[in-house]
Design a protein around this ligand. Structure first.
Ligand code: A3P
Length: 280
């Protein structure tokens, strides 16, 4: 069966100066989009915390176009001026090979799988309109790699290997390292994208403002993210933006998964990542 995601490979036309943010769902796509958007567009706003900054009135998901949501119809992406800031959940194997041969810059963000799984389970429950999603059933499916974007381990490994082969073009990040030192990551991101913070900017704290503006507290307190939302599946599903901001912490899996489940997933990760050098 050809899914709308598979049409992207044929119809998406990468440009050499594209910056593509890639995440496996629930790795904090929202945060990465906010950070990258704030970094790239900082010169458009006199002060990064100016009251008219788009991040104050729009959810980050809407500020960076998603490659894959439109299926085969990618005309909208063609209308965007270069350099484009884009995002996708697609594995590398479902993107056109020109993404790598043309040297588009890819920023990949992954997350510790137990936390990513729990975040997903909460999200699915919130949008399930009253239906209760059984954690054991979804966990079994997660272990079997059932996901529209393929098994999470393949997703992580494809981009990990690409980042080893082409470190100038592929930046591999972990959610946990942004939580640990957001300022360092913000500076690294700016350098990688090709718009490093100048000495002047660092002196006046522009990089710290990006961190503050995109922090969990700042974003989740905004009216748009507390009360807004978006319809999906032709109006059948309403996703409140607040569900994209649940806790924003690491290690919450212990509050929802048994020790046995945790060990099973750790073992799977160890087996799948063996020999790759990837550590989470
Ligand atoms: P939790 O459910 O563990 O809280 P995505 O954006 O890919 O849908 O991922 C959502 C996860 O990212 C949620 O995790 C959410 O809380 C977290 N997140 C969103 N914005 C964040 C931010 N600014 N800082 C830290 N975590 C954030």
């Amino acid at each position: 069966m050809v899914t709308k995601f598979m049409l992207v490979k044929e119809n998406f036309k990468p440009r050499h100066d594209d910056v593509i943010l890639v995440t496996n769902p629930k790795s904090s796509t929202t945060w990465l989009k906010a950070l990258a958007f704030a970094i790239v567009n900082r010169s458009s706003f006199e002060s990064i915390d100016a009251s008219h900054h788009p991040l104050l009135t729009q959810n980050p998901q809407h500020l960076v176009p998603f490659v894959g949501a439109q299926g085969g119809n990618l005309d909208y992406l063609e209308t965007l001026p270069s350099p484009r800031l884009l995002t996708t959940h697609l594995p590398l194997s479902l993107l056109p090979s020109t993404v790598t041969t043309m040297g588009c810059r890819i920023i990949y963000l992954c997350r510790e799988p137990k936390d990513a799984f729990i975040s997903r389970w909460h999200f699915d429950n919130k949008i399930a309109q009253g239906a209760k999603i059984n954690i054991d059933t979804t966990f079994t499916m997660f272990l079997e790699g059932c996901s529209p974007f393929g098994p999470f381990w393949d997703h992580y490994l494809q981009y990990w290997k690409e980042s080893l082969q082409r470190p100038r073009d592929v930046l591999f990040l972990r959610y946990e390292e942004i939580v640990f030192d957001p300022l360092k990551v913000v500076r690294d991101l700016a350098g990688f994208i090709g718009v490093p913070f100048t000495e002047e900017e660092v002196k006046s704290g522009v990089d710290q403002e990006v961190v503050r503006l995109c922090s969990f507290k700042a974003l989740s307190d905004l009216d748009i993210n507390r009360n807004g939302g978006v319809e999906r599946a032709e109006g059948k599903i309403f996703i409140a933006y607040s569900v994209l901001f649940r806790q924003g912490k690491t290690g919450d899996w212990v509050n929802h998964m048994s020790k046995d489940m945790g060990e099973k997933l750790d073992q799977l990760v160890e087996d799948k990542f063996k020999g790759s050098g990837l550590k989470l």
